[in-house]
Design a protein around this ligand. Structure first.
Ligand SMILES: [Zn+2]
Length: 231
């Protein structure tokens, strides 16, 4: 169980005072595990002794939901069918390993797992499962939704947005790592509410706000659909 909030600070709200790794500066530091950020959970304030970042936790209408970590059950390395599927996309073993893809059976069907990581957390906070056969997606309820590939973004001020984890990995295969996708699919014209679909964007704000430009590289829908294409 983790607790978080709009600053992406992960801390124990029951401890009055504690030190955690700073989501702002730890990624750029040699000792990435250094706990340079003090959190006072009682007063709701925090301060990083390295980069000076400070603020209030409760000033943002804090989200103190108890998010679930994906249940570690029956995860396996990729099997033959999954490997054939990924190879047919042109993905190399090296790129697949960097994305830490795994596999799991739901009933009789094999699903490929795309883990979602955030800085300073070894275990994935969410996993998107895609059927190897039918194009079917699953995510566990109650997991913390963030953008895909955050921990693999390079040093750049440009972020490329594509439609789905496989499109991210396709660009990774081409040597492009500053690329991402939403976790809950693209917004379309029939959506009644877009809040749920944008949760991963909202929760990732601290990690994307330094990007100066954003390139939207969609699938060209609906024009492609009209031409009889598939998505
Ligand atoms: Zn810092």
């Amino acid at each position: 169980m983790i607790k978080t909030n709009q600053h992406n600070l992960i801390f124990n709200p029951n401890l009055k005072s504690q030190k955690v790794a700073c989501p702002k500066c730890s990624g750029e530091r040699k000792n990435k595990a250094d706990k340079s950020l003090s959190v006072n959970a009682e007063k709701g304030v925090f301060h990083c002794h390295h980069c000076g970042w400070s603020g209030r936790i409760d000033g943002w209408a804090p989200d103190l939901t108890e998010y679930q970590k994906p249940k570690r059950s029956n995860w396996t390395p990729l099997g033959d069918a999954a490997s054939v599927f990924l190879k047919s996309r042109g993905f190399s073993i090296e790129t697949i390993q960097k994305n830490k893809l795994i596999q799991k059976k739901f009933g009789k069907d094999d699903f490929i797992g795309y883990p979602y990581f955030i800085p300073n957390e070894k275990e994935p906070v969410n996993i998107k499962w895609r059927g190897v056969g039918p194009k079917e997606f699953r995510q566990e309820a109650g997991t913390y939704r963030v953008l895909y590939n955050i921990t693999l973004w390079g040093e750049t001020d440009e972020l490329i947005w594509v439609e789905g984890e496989n499109d991210v990995i396709a660009l990774n295969e081409c040597g492009i790592w500053n690329v991402t996708t939403l976790s809950d699919g693209a917004i379309n014209e029939n959506d009644q509410s877009i809040d749920g679909k944008l949760k991963s964007l909202h929760n990732s704000f601290e990690w994307i706000k330094h990007f100066r430009s954003h390139i939207l590289a969609g699938d060209g829908w609906p024009r492609k659909k009209a031409q009889g294409g598939v998505d």
